[in-house]
Design a protein around this ligand. Structure first.
Ligand SMILES: [Zn+2]
Length: 90
């Protein structure tokens, strides 16, 4: 099943991600991986593993997130989530 979520808000971020056609998570939705990473970083959920996330993601949809690395997306989302939390605390 291809992902049907609206990822229009993060297309600019998706464009900055490297492409990755190999390994676990290939063809998974990088935009969903980014959002899962953001949630994990924002909520300090460091126990959430990337492999566990990737298994449950939908297949990628077209547009900027196509063929992007879900690993990089998750890591970037996590980073942004941590930054956002730090900002909100101040
Ligand atoms: Zn998605």
């Amino acid at each position: 099943m291809a992902c049907k979520k609206d990822h229009s808000q993060i297309q600019k971020i998706m464009e900055t991600l490297p492409t990755d056609q190999g390994g676990v998570g290939r063809h998974k939705c990088a935009a969903c991986a980014y959002e899962a990473g953001f949630e994990a970083g924002y909520n300090l959920n460091g126990s959430l593993s990337i492999d566990n996330v990737l298994i449950h993601l939908e297949e990628s949809q077209a547009k900027s997130q196509r063929h992007k690395s879900p690993h990089a997306a998750f890591a970037l989302g996590y980073y942004h989530g941590v930054c956002q939390r730090t900002n909100d605390d101040n």
